[in-house]
Design a protein. Structure first.
Length: 124
């Protein structure tokens, strides 16, 4: 299985972001974390990650707006959104009504579930 060049993790909770990066690195992936959607867009523009794992509800720019912005300049990137907040459902529904489709996982993310989705994204 070919590993992506890099996985970007975006979450405003440092413990969550750092834990996900640690799990990914232990599996042999190159991973880095940022703390909000705007930082994810800036980093993705520069580093061009192969996969983005992004929380939906974040300050500055939510994960869906960040994902849409990133797909404008990096349309082939695989984006996995996650959220544990009910407010995310409305944002996700609105994005879908606009024609945007994203993979969405429930928070807290179980490591085995995340790794399974990343492996599927790589082989897709």
């Amino acid at each position: 299985m070919k590993k992506p060049a890099m996985i970007l993790v975006a979450d405003d909770e440092p413990l969550v972001a750092d834990t996900l990066v640690q799990i990914l690195r232990e599996e042999g992936y190159e991973a880095i974390a940022v703390s909000d959607g705007a930082a994810a867009v800036r980093f993705a523009r520069h580093a061009r990650p192969g996969i983005i794992v992004c929380d939906v509800i974040m300050p500055t720019m939510n994960g869906i707006d960040a994902a849409k912005a990133i797909r404008e300049f990096l349309p082939e990137v695989h984006i996995i959104l996650f959220s544990g907040q009910a407010a995310a459902a409305g944002l996700i529904e609105r994005a879908e009504s606009e024609g945007h489709r994203f993979e969405v996982l429930a928070k807290p993310i179980k490591p085995d579930v995340l790794l399974k989705h990343i492996a599927a994204a790589i082989t897709a």
